[in-house]
Design a binder for this molecule. Structure first.
Ligand code: UDP
Ligand code: LCN
Length: 806
């Protein structure tokens, strides 16, 4: 990148750079983000009457395109440049146009200085640096391959392992001996004593099963195989056993990484899984749409069902029915004694549609009953998590009659608890972020001290660093969740280097090129959310009831507004009433556009209608703002706002009722980590307009199967929707085309079957590599523990003291 700067300095564009820099120096803004920089450059081009070609294609414009931030301190102008994904460089530009590189450490100091928290006279600040722990582990080279960790790891480690055939055969032999379930040995027994013997016996077993009819059940030749040294786990029929043995035979003779993956994926290694999600209202009914309870709950409940099914299928295929082996899945959450008519005060709740999957609720210890008896915001729960993990361990051991094989953490708090549990139980830890708050709140780290009372980011970001580094593998819903896009920084990427002034500097918080990252997007519950055209699967009674509720029913207790003209096209949105969901922005967009009001009715399902019914400050603010906007733009007669909490099946039907009227779905969030509502509306067949900031950018292919909108450009949103409506008028099939392509997109790419097959295969392969490569993570885990005990815990205890005095 310094080449690009140099290129600017070597041409007459140098004068432009000087003028642009001096313009910035005279402005009031001293910290500019990318949008503001682009905007300022646009203004510069206009004021200096620069050509369009200069604005968009000059060397300077290219340089500006890569600048993420500009910080003005005294006379120097610091540019933070992101020349490509997952890479950051910083330079200081002096008035005489001298350019100097800035080291990451200097940059952190500079940021501290910017907020007046730089005190070198008091000594150095604590630096967190994870890089040394990653220096000896393999890393991906090409940023394109970030998020495809397991493929890389397989290829890399296989080639190392296969170099020495005896070491390789030892590894697979020892690994096969490990497996047992409830005291019964699986895969191979003590009749096979060495790797040489394994190779011979595989050939004998192959000839034995080769003599059986392909579909003969495993039971019929089980004991013959046992005599040769083979226990259950190879397959449920002669054909399946033969296939598995053949893969192993090939692996022993001429190993290759694909065969290895195929073989490991067949070994029954996972029977009991825990999913951790402590903070929210976690239940199956009456919880969605509450503050802190949205997509994460939907994601986990759907994932559990699919996971149990997939585990059962895998175990049956492996032939474990003979041992009566069944999988068990537990969702670990907090028990909330004052549960506001939900089941969140019940210790165990069976998950519908499963055989043996449960919600296990463990209460926070009663430190301050005013708090721990009630729901408390996710930003306040940090002091309770360590004891929660300890209590949960006892309960999980009792429920499983042993320990789980895999622990999946969810969100910052669940990932921290997953780390504590996995460390104690020595079990594989998988992380799912859902949404990392750091990038959601602008300058959340730089001004953490001002935000601490409301958000306690010092605890959350420390917990994130601990959990993401400790995890054996991380699954993300999108690529950009890890490393962003060419224009924007990824959620994990934002942990790479940052300052928490006066607390610590993170010099290297996470290795983004680590193979621990894997993109595994979620799916959508296909029995609830399905195309509106599948009339036979819809219940007429529900349809009519919900149609009335959406458009005409008079029930002020949960519905606000009446519609003057029922024939207008419904413009629908549904979300929790968080600031970031920006439903108020959508109302404002609608309010400002008379053209939209002439053609559409706005239908919202969101939060609550009355501030007195909410205890969440963001929700209260949003409720007030919504009413204020409705009055300001006089939207009476044009908007319906439902503060109702619908059952899941009703939610599915609501989208379809909107689609019956050829409506559209708009998701206007300022940032959306993934966005399950987008999958739901698309699979229903609703043309979907969703924020371009976050996951929707990967889900939707713009103008093919949906549309991007920029939530900060309200006029433009209205224009995009109106253009769509115009096209629908010109071409009566246009709505159907977009609708069908949205449906196809979800079925081809976002299903739970794809998700869980991948997840289980990852869990097995990471388990295998952790065992065989004997990767020594203990040094990193000890470092992580010291962060937990010396940094996190004292701060959590301090917060607890604050709670006790409230
Ligand atoms: N949801 C709901 N009722 C509401 C609001 C949301 O049932 O009032 C559901 C919605 O159908 C979706 C989930 O909650 O399944 C929201 O997930 P998403 O990923 O869109 O956003 P999150 O709330 O997790 O940020
Ligand atoms: C949290 C979010 O904010 C959403 O964007 C995701 O879709 C949801 O979790 C499920 O991962």
């Amino acid at each position: 990148m310094s080449d690009l700067i140099q290129a600017v300095l070597n041409t007459e564009e140098k004068t432009d750079l000087r003028q642009f820099a001096s313009l910035l120096r005279t402005s009031d803004k001293k910290y500019l983000l990318r949008n503001e920089i682009l905007h300022a450059f646009g203004e510069y081009c206009q004021n200096y009457e620069k050509s369009e070609q200069f604005h968009t294609s000059s060397r300077l414009s290219k340089l500006i395109y890569y600048v993420q931030e500009i910080i003005l301190v005294n006379e120097s102008l610091c540019m933070i440049i992101r020349p490509r994904i997952a890479r950051q460089e910083a330079y200081r530009l002096l008035e005489d146009l001298t350019i100097e590189p800035i080291t990451p450490e200097e940059l952190l100091d500079l940021r501290d200085r910017f907020v007046n928290h730089y005190h070198p006279q008091d000594g150095d600040i604590f630096e967190i640096d994870f890089q040394p722990f990653y220096d000896y582990s393999p890393t991906i080279r090409d940023p394109k391959n970030i998020g495809k960790g397991v493929e890389f790891l397989n290829r890399f480690l296989s080639s190392k392992l296969f170099q020495d055939s005896s070491q390789w055969e030892d590894s697979i032999f020892n690994f096969l001996r490990l497996h047992c379930y409830g005291g019964s040995q699986l895969m191979i027994n003590e009749r096979i004593q060495s790797r040489q013997q394994l190779s011979d016996r595989v050939k004998q077993a192959l000839s034995l099963v080769g003599d059986q009819p392909a579909d003969s059940p495993y039971q019929t030749f089980r004991f013959d195989l046992q005599n040769l040294g083979f226990e259950p786990g190879w397959g449920n029929t002669a054909h399946r056993v033969q296939e598995t043995l053949e893969v192993l035979d090939r692996l022993i003779d001429s190993p290759d990484h694909q065969a290895l993956e195929a073989f490991i994926s067949r070994i029954p290694m996972i029977f009991k899984v825990v999913l951790v999600s402590p903070h929210g209202w976690f239940g199956q009914e009456g919880v969605l749409g509450r503050p802190d309870t949205g997509g994460q709950v939907v994601y986990i409940l759907d994932q559990v069902k699919s996971l149990e099914q997939q585990l059962q299928e895998d175990l049956n295929l492996a032939g474990l029915e003979v041992l009566g082996v069944n999988p068990k899945v537990m969702v670990l959450t907090r028990l909330i004694p004052n549960s506001d008519s939900t089941l969140c005060n019940q210790r165990l709740e069976k998950i519908y549609g499963t055989k043996d999957a449960w919600i296990l609720r463990v209460p926070f210890r009663e430190f301050n009953s005013k708090l721990t008896q009630n729901w408390i915001s996710r930003f306040e729960i940090w002091p309770y998590l360590e004891t929660f993990a300890l209590d949960a361990e006892t309960e999980l051991r009792a429920e499983f009659q042993g320990i789980p094989d895999l622990i999946i953490g969810n969100y910052s708090d669940g990932n921290l608890v997953a780390f504590l549990l996995a460390r104690r139980l020595k079990v594989t830890q998988c992380n799912v972020a859902h949404a990392l708050e750091k990038s959601k709140y602008l300058f959340s780290n730089l001004y953490w001290q001002d935000l601490e009372n409301s958000y306690h980011f010092s605890l959350q970001f420390t917990a994130d660093l601990i959990a993401m580094n400790a995890a054996n593998f991380i699954i993300s819903s999108t690529y950009q969740e890890i490393v962003g896009t060419p224009e924007s920084v990824g959620q994990y990427e934002s942990y790479k280097s940052f300052t928490m002034p006066d607390l610590y500097h993170v010099v290297s918080g996470i290795e983004l090129f680590s193979p621990k990252f894997n993109v595994v997007p979620p799916g959508v519950n296909e029995s609830v959310f399905f195309p509106y055209t599948r009339q036979g699967d819809r219940l007429l009674g529900d349809r009519d009831r919900l149609e009335e509720m959406l458009f005409t029913q008079d029930d002020p207790s949960q519905i606000f507004g009446t519609l003057d003209d029922l024939n207008k096209r419904p413009l629908f949105s549904m979300a929790r009433l968080d600031r970031i969901k920006n439903l108020t922005g959508l109302v404002e967009t609608f309010g400002k556009s008379t053209a939209l009001q002439e053609r559409c009715n706005l239908i919202l399902i969101a939060g609550k209608l009355r501030t007195e019914d909410s205890t969440d400050s963001e929700e209260i603010n949003e409720i007030q703002k919504l009413y204020q906007l409705i009055d300001q733009y006089n939207l009476h007669g044009k908007i319906r706002w439902l503060g109702a909490r619908l059952s899941k099946s009703d939610t599915g039907e609501v989208y379809r009722v909107i689609a019956d009227r050829q409506g559209i779905f708009v998701q206007p969030a300022l940032f959306e980590a993934f966005g399950l509502t987008i999958l739901e509306s698309m699979v229903t067949g609703l043309p979907t307009f969703a924020t371009r900031f976050g996951g929707p950018l990967e889900i939707i292919q713009n103008t093919v199967n949906g549309f991007y909108i920029n939530p900060t450009e309200q006029e433009e949103i209205a224009e995009i929707i109106i253009e769509f409506l115009d096209k629908c008028e010109q071409n009566s099939n246009y709505w159907n085309e977009i609708s069908q392509r949205g449906i196809d997109r979800v079925y081809s790419t976002y299903t739970w079957k794809i998700h869980t097959t991948r997840l289980l295969s990852l869990a097995k392969i990471y388990g295998f590599w952790n065992y065989t490569s004997q990767e020594n993570r203990e040094d990193m885990l000890r470092y992580i523990e010291s962060l937990f005990y010396l940094l996190y815990k004292p701060r959590a205890q301090q917060l607890m003291q604050d709670h006790l005095t409230r």
